[in-house]
Ligand binder design. Structure first.
Ligand code: AMP
Length: 596
C-alpha cells in the first residue's frame, strides 16, 4: 500500500519522517480494514490453491469469503496436527503452504504435553518486522525524547531442536533475534539497546543475563526505558540482580569480567566496555546492599520513563510486584502476538494496564471471531464474524487464517471488543481458554493438573494406603520465581502410617514430572518457576470451602470444587487449615528434544 507521509497523522505529530510514514500506514490500513482483509484472504487462498489442504476442501481456486467460509472447517491444533507432523517428518510437498516451510515455531501452548509446532515461511519474518516497525513511532507520540538515551531490554534466545525431517524448531523470538532483521537492523536513534547482540544471542542464560545486566549498570544514566517481553522476565532480571550484584559490582570496580563469562565473542565484546569504575561500583553495592528494594529500578536507572513489558492476561498478576520495584512507573504493553501470527499493537501504550486494548492490524492475517459462549454445547461455524463486524462489549474467540498455512485456526484467546480505531476493532485481552495456572510462559490446564495429581497418587500415595480426597491450586507469585501451590486434603486409611514428609516431597516431584514440557523447561532451563509446593490441609477443609461458597449463593447441586483459587477469603481459609508444606526436592526432567 502506498503511504503518503505528508498527511497529518490523527494519532498525533510524528517524531520524525520515518515515524510519519509508519503512522500514516496505521491510518490507511485501519481505515480500509475490510478491504485489506479481503485482499489478504484472496492472496492466501490464491497462492495456496494447489496445496493438499485447500484441494481437500474443494475450494477450486475460489478466493472469496463466501466459498471460504462455506467450505473450510474451523479447526484446532489437534485437527491439523497430522499434516504438521508429516511436514516435521520431512514431507516437503505443498501440504499447507505453497511456500516452503522454513522452520517450526514452538508455541508455549502444548498438545499432549509437548509444545505445539507452528509451521512458518520465510516471508513471515518481514510481516513480523512490519509490526515491530510500528511500535516506536506510536511510543514516540506518548514519550518524547526517546532518542536521547537507550533501552535496557532483557532479551534471550532459547534452545532449538531439529524435527525428524531436519527443520529447525524454536521459539518465535529466538527465530527473530537470530535473523538478519534483528542482527543487522539499521541504526535508529529511537531504538538503541544497552544490550549488545553478543549478549542477547548467547545461548547460555546465565552469561546472557549477567552481561545484559552489567551493560545496563554501566550505562545506567542513559537508560530511558526498561523492559522484557513479559512481566515475569523483568522480575527474573531483578531477582538475578539480587543474587549477583556483589560480583557485578566487583567487575565494575576492577574493570575485569567475571570468569564465568566464557563465551569468547561475548567476553571480547564486554572487555571492550569494561574499565575500572569504582564510584559506580560503590553506588551499585550501596543500593543493592540495602535491605529495602522498593523503587530499586528508579534508584539505579533514574531516567527511566516507563517499563516496556506485557502485563495483560496472565501477566497481570505481576503488576503489584513491578509497581513495588519501580516505584509505580507506567507499564507499556505494546503488542499482542503469538507463534502462529503477530496480531496487533496498542495505540495508547501509556494507558493503565487495565485499560490496554490492542488494535488488530488487518494486514497480518485473515481474522474471524467466534462469539464466546462458555455454556454453549453445540458449535455453529456460521456464527463467526469478520474483523470489522465485531460488536463493542462482546467477547470472541480469535480465529486466524495465515500466510503460512493455518486455515480458520482457533488460537484459544478470548478477547473483548473495546472500540474501534477507524474500522479496525480494538480488543481487551480477556484470557486464554482453559488455562488454570501460569507463572511464566507455562500454561497448565485442568486436565493436566488432574493428571499430575493422579500420577503422584499412583506413584507415591497408593503404596502408603493414602489418597487425595480433594485438591485445588494457586499460582504463587509472591516468591521469585513464582511457583505452583497445590492444596491437598488427604484420606489416610491407616492413621498410624500417614505419608512422611519425604513421600509428600516425592509427590511434588511426581507432579512436576507429569506437567507439560513448557513447565519443565521453565523449571529446568529458564529457572523461571520455583519448586512445586503441596500444602496438606486438615480433613474437612474442602467441606468448609463448599459451605463458604454456598453461603455466598452457590447452588449445592451444582457446586464443584474450584481447581484454582485466587480469591483472598478462600486463600485465607485454606491457609489457616494447612498442616504441613512440602516442596519438590529436585528438578524434573527436561531436554530440548521432544518426547514424541
Ligand atoms: P506463544 O504462541 O507461545 O507465542 O504464545 C502466544 C500467546 O501468548 C497468545 O495467544 C496469548 O495467549 C499470549 N499473549 C501474547 N501477547 C499477549 C499480550 N500482549 N497480552 C496478553 N497475552 C498475550
Amino acid at each position: 500500500m502506498a503511504v503518503d507521509s505528508s498527511l497529518p497523522s490523527p494519532l498525533g505529530p510524528p517524531a520524525c519522517e520515518k515515524d510519519a510514514k509508519a503512522l500514516q500506514y496505521i491510518e490507511q490500513t485501519t481505515r480500509n480494514a475490510d478491504a485489506v482483509q479481503e485482499t489478504v484472504l484472496a492472496e492466501i487462498l490464491s497462492r495456496n490453491a494447489e496445496t493438499e489442504y485447500l484441494r481437500r476442501y474443494k475450494l477450486g481456486g475460489a478466493t472469496d469469503r463466501k466459498s471460504f467460509k462455506s467450505k473450510l472447517p474451523v479447526i484446532t491444533y489437534e485437527d491439523v496436527q497430522p499434516e504438521i507432523q508429516r511436514i516435521a517428518n520431512g514431507d516437503r510437498s505443498p501440504i499447507l503452504s505453497a511456500h516452503p516451510i522454513s522452520e517450526f515455531l514452538t508455541s508455549s501452548g502444548t498438545s499432549a504435553g509437548e509444545r505445539k509446532l507452528m509451521p512458518t515461511i520465510q516471508e513471515e519474518l518481514d510481516r513480523r518486522q512490519s509490526l515491530y516497525n510500528l511500535l516506536m513511532p506510536v511510543m514516540n507520540l506518548c514519550v518524547p525524547g526517546l532518542d536521547k538515551g537507550k533501552g535496557l531490554y532483557f532479551l534471550f534466545v532459547k534452545s532449538e531442536s531439529k524435527t525428524p525431517g531436519g527443520l529447525l524448531a524454536r521459539p518465535v523470538l529466538t527465530s527473530y533475534y537470530k535473523s538478519e532483521h534483528f542482527k543487522t537492523r539499521p541504526y535508529d536513534p529511537y531504538n538503541v539497546y544497552t544490550s549488545p547482540n553478543e549478549a542477547i544471542l548467547c545461548p547460555d542464560s546465565f552469561q546472557s543475563m549477567y552481561t545484559q545486566m552489567l551493560c545496563g549498570l554501566l550505562e545506567r544514566h542513559q537508560v530511558l526505558r526498561l523492559g522484557a517481553v513479559f512481566a515475569s522476565g523483568l522480575l527474573r532480571a531483578i531477582h538475578f540482580l539480587q543474587l549477583n550484584w556483589q560480583q557485578l559490582a566487583a567487575d565494575i570496580r576492577t574493570g575485569t569480567l567475571n570468569p564465568k563469562i566464557t563465551d569468547p565473542e561475548l567476553r571480547e565484546c564486554m572487555e571492550r566496555k569494561l574499565k575500572p569504575e569504582p564510584e559506580l561500583a560503590e553506588f551499585v553495592a550501596e543500593q543493592c546492599g540495602e535491605e529495602n528494594w522498593q523503587g530499586i529500578i528508579t534508584r539505579i536507572w533514574p531516567s527511566t520513563k516507563y517499563l516496556d513489558v506485557i502485563v495483560t492476561g496472565a501477566m497481570a498478576q505481576y503488576i503489584p510486584t513491578l509497581d513495588y520495584y519501580s516505584g509505580g512507573l507506567p507499564m507499556a504493553c505494546t503488542m499482542y502476538a503469538s507463534s502462529e501470527c503477530y496480531f496487533g499493537l496498542n495505540l495508547n501504550p501509556m494507558c493503565r494496564p487495565s485499560q490496554v486494548s490492542y488494535t488488530i492490524m488487518p494486514n497480518m492475517a485473515y481474522f474471524e471471531f467466534l462469539p464466546y459462549e462458555p455454556n454453549s454445547v453445540s458449535f455453529d461455524p456460521t456464527r463467526l464474524v469478520d474483523l470489522v463486524d465485531v460488536v463493542v462489549g462482546k467477547e470472541y474467540e480469535l480465529v486466524i487464517t495465515t500466510y503460512a498455512g493455518l486455515y480458520r485456526y482457533r488460537v484459544g484467546d478470548i478477547l473483548r471488543v473495546t472500540g474501534f480505531h477507524n474500522s479496525a476493532p480494538q480488543f481487551h485481552f480477556v484470557r486464554r481458554k482453559n488455562v488454570l495456572l501460569s507463572i511464566d510462559s507455562d500454561k497448565t490446564d485442568e486436565a493436566e493438573l488432574q493428571l499430575a495429581v493422579d500420577n503422584a497418587t499412583k506413584l507415591v500415595l497408593e503404596k502408603l494406603n493414602a489418597s487425595v480426597v480433594e485438591y485445588t491450586s494457586f499460582a504463587d507469585t509472591k516468591t521469585i520465581p513464582g511457583h505452583y501451590v497445590i492444596y491437598w486434603e488427604l484420606l489416610v486409611k491407616d492413621s498410624a502410617e500417614s505419608p512422611s514428609s519425604e513421600s509428600l516431597s516425592q509427590c511434588c516431584l511426581a507432579m512436576e514430572e507429569s506437567l507439560n514440557s513448557v513447565y519443565r523447561q521453565c523449571r529446568v532451563a529458564d529457572n523461571s518457576i520455583g519448586p512445586l509446593e503441596i500444602r496438606v490441609v486438615k480433613s474437612g477443609t474442602f467441606e468448609e470451602l463448599m459451605d463458604y461458597a454456598i453461603s455466598r449463593g452457590a447452588s449445592i447441586n451444582q457446586y464443584k470444587v474450584p481447581r484454582c483459587v485466587n480469591f483472598t477469603p478462600i486463600m485465607e481459609l485454606l491457609d489457616s487449615r494447612v498442616v504441613s508444606k512440602h516442596f519438590s526436592p529436585s528438578l524434573p526432567h527436561w531436554t530440548p528434544e521432544r518426547r514424541r
